[in-house]
Write a protein that binds this ligand. Structure first.
Ligand code: C2E
Ligand code: MG
Ligand code: MG
Length: 343
């Protein structure tokens, strides 16, 4: 039955505005004495299975089994804990330097969130950011991250650890851009830290362009008008169209780690990276290569005219107190020669 329903949606529906395609996600649960005792349970299990179908990329059928319950319970636990994480000071930021690869200077930092739960376990952002996004907790957490990151940068500039012009990159989720208060949150974070708007980079992924592009566009334009800069994160991994790219105010393209990883060994990847860089130059945007791990990758990127990079080759993301040491280390000419393999 489920397959038949799915099939029936293969045909477009004709509306006045034109033909539209609708996708369907179906969850199926069957009555089993030991798992479900009543109709409510049965419906809830079907619902759980439907969410699994959505997770699996939509437009498919998922059949309930008991292991799904475990996942739901686990997720609920994470969700509840995440609500308290901010007030319990379980969240912190680590920072990864962004390096000018011609000059050997640290020109900025990317702030990355870390969550240590009360039991001491560390949860990766890849796991908790999507939950924070879905539940909306990302809004207060994201606001906290902005203020925290800019305050850290203020501290380093005042201490003479990095130049007056150093930048701070903060990752922003689509949900935050859709929050009507977001522009105010950014303005207040800039004002309280005294960091000029031009030194704040907001990193958004291509998904921002696809889900409700008009709303995201409006926020980004307002932020841009303040002087805040926008970077496209993980570029090349999403599905953004070139025409959307043209409509978004973008000042930087971050080449995804997946491309950097293969840039030495795969000629096809080299061509893609070359094309991304040419496109960025044509758009008047900066380029940062992400996830640079080896001297060979760095050499290849340099020869392709990429000027900025971040990655384990220079430094892992580090605790705020370790930033001074790390900057000094990278900028030391002897270490720089070692890192880059240049004589
Ligand atoms: P991202 O913004 O693309 O961040 C880069 C990720 O690559 C980070 O993972 C970083 O630790 C990792 N990385 C950096 N250099 C290297 C390298 O040389 N090799 C390898 N293998 N990895 C490297 P992390 O910290 O686990 O963050 C994962 C993602 O979670 C981020 O991807 C970002 O999308 C999201 N995220 C992190 N912090 C925040 C935040 O404060 N707000 C939002 N909305 N998202 C965040
Ligand atoms: Mg990022
Ligand atoms: Mg990235």
């Amino acid at each position: 039955v489920a397959d038949k329903i799915l099939e029936s949606f293969n045909e477009p529906l004709s509306l006045r505005q034109g033909d539209v395609f609708v996708s369907t996600s179906i969850g199926v649960a069957t009555y089993q004495k030991h798992v479900s005792s009543n109709a409510d349970d049965l419906l809830r299990h079907a619902d759980t299975a439907m969410y699994r179908a959505k997770d699996a990329g939509r437009n498919c059928v998922a059949i309930f089994d008991e292991s799904m319950l475990e996942r739901v319970t686990q997720r609920l636990a994470v969700e509840t804990a995440l609500y308290r994480a901010l007030e319990r000071r379980e969240l912190r930021l680590v920072h990864q330097p962004i390096v000018d690869i011609e000059l050997g200077d640290v020109v900025g930092f990317e702030a990355l969130m870390r969550w240590t739960r009360d039991d001491g376990s560390i949860i990766s952002p890849a796991e908790f950011i999507p939950i924070a996004e879905e539940t909306g907790i990302i809004v207060p957490i994201g606001a906290w991250a902005l203020i925290e990151a800019l305050t850290h940068l203020r501290g380093w500039i005042d201490a003479g650890i990095c130049p007056e012009t150093a930048s701070m990159s903060v990752n922003v989720s689509p949900r935050q851009l859709h929050d009507p208060q977001f522009v105010t949150v950014v303005t207040e974070a800039l004002a309280s830290s005294g960091i000029p708007a031009e030194q704040l980079w907001l990193e958004v992924t291509e998904s921002v362009m696809i889900t409700e592009p008009t709303q995201a566009l409006a926020s980004l334009h307002r932020l841009n008008a303040l002087g805040v800069r926008i970077a496209i994160d993980d570029f090349g991994t999403g599905y953004s169209s070139l025409s959307l790219l043209q409509r978004f105010p973008i000042q930087c393209i971050k080449i995804d780690r997946a491309f950097v990883n293969d840039v030495v060994t795969e000629p096809a990847t080299q061509n893609i990276v070359r094309t991304i860089i040419a496109m960025a130059i044509a758009m008047g945007a900066d380029i940062v290569a992400e996830g640079v791990e080896t001297t060979e990758q760095l050499a290849q990127l340099t020869s392709l005219h990429c000027h900025r990079a971040q990655g384990y080759l220079f430094s892992r993301p580090v605790h705020v107190d370790d930033v001074p040491r790390v900057v000094k280390f990278i900028e030391d000419p002897t270490n720089w020669r070692e890192i880059t393999g240049r004589s």
